[in-house]
Design a protein around this ligand. Structure first.
Ligand SMILES: [Zn+2]
Length: 232
């Protein structure tokens, strides 16, 4: 009887070891429990979807300057880094950043970084400039004649809706920005708020608001990816 029990116990142990060594199964279990406990499962077993995050300007290109001296390149970077962190923490998706420091990166180079990483979506982060009274966010989609123009507009619409939960937003627009000219993947440019408006400028330099903006853009991207998966 004792011998039998020992054999059974050993078999159970062997089985445990076998399961532990079966890496794909183990990884799948870990990922599934992670997805169930924290976030909606975008990609349970699918390969990782790469999302390019492009913090606007940097280095010798400061971007727009606020009414009290805030510099666009210094607010797009923390928002972009927050957004990339949220993406990296979510199951099934990974971020690639076009810059991680105060570096100058050319517009063409930004697209090349995204394409080389195999990104499926490109999101450029900026702060707007205009009359001192103008406030709020605007999301720009690719021109309609672009092969991904329709998808880009859908992504812009979803991000716009999420931004509207935290700040005034403009109707989404289309623009032929150089950085949006990729023909291979849906691209959008998010003007997070007006750095030239005193209230928006204060918000843009506040880490709490920066994280809120990043979270809103993140939700829009995830909704877009889920709708794409549902269509397939
Ligand atoms: Zn800009």
């Amino acid at each position: 009887m004792i011998a039998y029990l020992l054999r059974t116990e050993n078999r159970a142990k062997l089985l445990t070891v076998a399961v532990a060594l079966s890496l794909p199964a183990a990884a799948m279990m870990v990922r599934r429990s992670h997805a169930m406990s924290h976030r909606p499962a975008i990609a349970d077993r699918a390969p990782l979807t790469i999302i390019a995050i492009d913090p606007g300007h940097g280095g010798r290109d400061p971007g727009a300057i606020g009414c009290h001296g805030a510099v666009e390149k210094n607010v797009t970077l923390p928002i972009g880094l927050d957004l990339a962190r949220l993406i990296d923490e979510a199951p099934g998706v990974r971020a690639v950043l076009t810059r991680q420091r105060d570096d100058y990166v050319g517009l063409r180079q930004r697209r090349i970084i995204a394409e080389r990483a195999g990104a499926k979506v490109f999101v450029s982060i900026h702060a707007n400039a205009g009359k001192p009274s103008w406030r709020g966010g605007t999301v720009f989609a690719q021109p309609v004649q672009n092969p991904e123009g329709k998808a880009s507009a859908r992504l812009a619409g979803l991000i716009t809706r999420q931004l509207a939960t935290i700040e005034p937003v403009d109707r989404q627009r289309r623009a032929d920005f150089v950085v949006l000219r990729s023909t291979r993947i849906p691209c959008v440019l998010v003007e997070t708020a007006y750095i030239t408006n005193p209230i928006d400028e204060r918000h843009l330099t506040n880490p709490v608001f920066q994280r809120k903006i990043a979270a809103a853009v993140f939700r829009g991207i995830m909704q877009f990816l889920m709708s794409r998966r549902a269509k397939k």
